[in-house]
Design a protein around this ligand. Structure first.
Ligand SMILES: Nc1ncnc2c1ncn2[C@@H]1O[C@H](COP(=O)(O)OP(=O)(O)OP(=O)(O)O)[C@@H](O)[C@H]1O
Ligand SMILES: [Mg+2]
Length: 451
């Protein structure tokens, strides 16, 4: 059962919150002062802390100083008066968020649920680190989520067959690593794995590039060219971004797949081939079929064995294992000995949208590692990287400028547009804050104007 410590001096508020939480099956311990809270924390272990800021015997910041490890990533501040310096200080010291009184049920449960989910992932990750990592790899694929587990199971079975495989997923989700892993575990693993990126072949060259030509087939064809299919003979041909194939080549490909015979350009003589095809796409081919950009008969042929790789934001269980995997990899590259990431960075990574998926996470770590000052990557180290992401309604990456703008707006809102207080919190002078307000065109909503 999830155990919560509720620190609040006003009896009515405390009782009301306790009732709300108990109605959702949480176990709630109460404290009405810092002193009482200290006693409880010393004796028990809590999953979540809900803390009022100002208590009769002092300020909750004291608890963050005393029990930093226990409170970090597990605390929600409730405050009647978001007296900004202390709230911001608490957030800096590891509180997850703050809620303004009167606390709405919905907001409170949303925050509590979020902390529970994060705690679960962080704990699972701890266990994962202690397990034999090789249990969770297939080729070079690192994963932990159930969604990926299912896809790996499919991939393992498919590597024992000669089926055509179609791998669909957003950019950076690991389509090529999957294709390679299937090949490496297949009976053809002593033969070639040949990736061909269909997006990089100019339209008029597809045919000769894929199927080859004989000397003299066209002016300039001074020698024979075997073409990709023949080059991949007996091995695996990986047609990357197959959605980019022109329609007339799609027809030819279908014929090759049906007959396992290729016809070189201008040649009547067919040549028997033996290849295994793996194709990938970041498009939804079913839609492309509807739009008449992709032949339905080829699509049905390809989709006999599909692997769909979910975006990273839909399998957050994989984020921390991948992070550690890449820290290890880039430690070697940079001659560093970074051990991991701080709790704050863990939460930050788990919340990011990662539009570039695993590739983006990998590059992010690669970019941050050289700037990491201590043996753990801290939030401060991240500010060197050009972009930070936050979950936004629009589900897209924020530029660093936008991030700064949002941060300034947030601070202005909490200080009720009190420029002196906001400037102090932002560690800026008043004139430079005024300049930023003008530059970003920030307007105060509601009555009054910016002083
Ligand atoms: N599960 C994973 N474990 C380890 N590395 C991964 C994983 N998924 C992706 N990567 C790494 O992320 C990068 C991108 O992967 P990959 O090239 O396979 O993506 P993709 O889906 O083919 O992307 P694109 O559509 O842009 O070609 C590679 O460096 C790959 O090694
Ligand atoms: Mg790729």
């Amino acid at each position: 059962m999830t155990r919560i410590l509720l620190l609040e001096d006003t009896l009515e508020i405390r009782e009301m919150l306790k009732l709300k939480l108990e109605s959702r099956q949480f176990q709630v311990d109460e404290a009405a002062s810092i002193d009482e809270a200290v006693k409880k924390i010393e004796l028990n272990s809590y999953d979540i802390f809900i803390l009022d800021m100002m208590l009769p015997d002092g300020n909750s910041i004291k608890l963050f100083d005393m029990y930093s490890d226990r409170l970090k990533g597990k605390s929600i501040i409730i405050t009647g008066n978001p007296s900004i310096p202390t709230v911001v200080e608490a957030i800096k010291k590891g509180a997850v968020n703050y809620l303004e009184k009167p606390v709405s049920n919905e907001m409170l449960f949303a925050q509590v649920t979020k902390i529970m989910e994060m705690n679960r992932l962080v704990e699972e990750h701890q266990n994962f680190k202690n397990e034999v990592v090789s249990n969770f790899t297939f080729g070079k694929i690192v994963y932990r989520s159930n969604q990926m587990e299912r896809m790996i199971e499919r991939a393992k079975i498919l590597s024992g067959t000669d089926n055509i495989v179609l791998i669909q997923g957003e950019t950076g989700t690991g389509k090529e690593v999957f294709a390679q892993a299937i090949h490496n575990h297949s009976l053809r693993n002593q033969e070639i794995f040949l990736p061909v990126n269909c997006a990089s072949i100019p339209g008029e060259l597809f045919e000769s590039e894929l199927f080859g030509f004989e000397k003299g087939a066209f002016s300039g064809a001074t020698t024979d060219y075997r073409g990709r299919f023949l080059q991949a003979n007996r091995g695996t041909l990986f047609l990357d971004e197959i959605g980019e194939l022109p329609l007339h080549i799609q027809a030819k490909l279908l014929r090759v797949l049906d007959e396992q015979v290729i016809y070189r350009l201008k040649s009547e003589k067919g040549q028997k081939i033996d290849i295994r095809l793996i194709a990938s796409t970041n498009k939804n081919l079913e839609n492309e079929v509807k739009l008449k950009n992709f032949r339905s008969d080829l699509f049905y042929r390809l989709k006999e064995s599909m692997i769909i790789l979910p975006p990273l934001r839909e399998r957050i269980e994989d984020i921390l294992p991948l992070t550690h995997h890449y820290i290890g990899l880039f430690n070697t590259l940079y001659g560093k000995a970074i051990e991991g990431i701080s709790k704050e960075v863990e939460y930050y990574f788990l919340n990011a949208t990662w539009p570039g998926n695993v590739r983006e996470l990998k590059n992010f770590i690669k970019g941050v590692l050289p700037f990491t000052k201590n043996n753990i990557i801290e939030m401060d180290d991240l500010s060197y990287s050009a972009i930070r992401q936050e979950k936004t309604g629009e589900d897209r990456i924020l530029t660093y400028e936008e991030y700064k703008k949002n941060y300034i707006i947030k601070v202005l809102q909490i200080t009720d547009f009190n420029i002196s207080r906001a400037a102090k919190l932002l560690s800026m002078s008043r004139p430079s804050l005024y300049r930023k307000i003008k530059e970003f065109n920030i307007k105060k909503e509601g009555p009054g104007s910016i002083d």
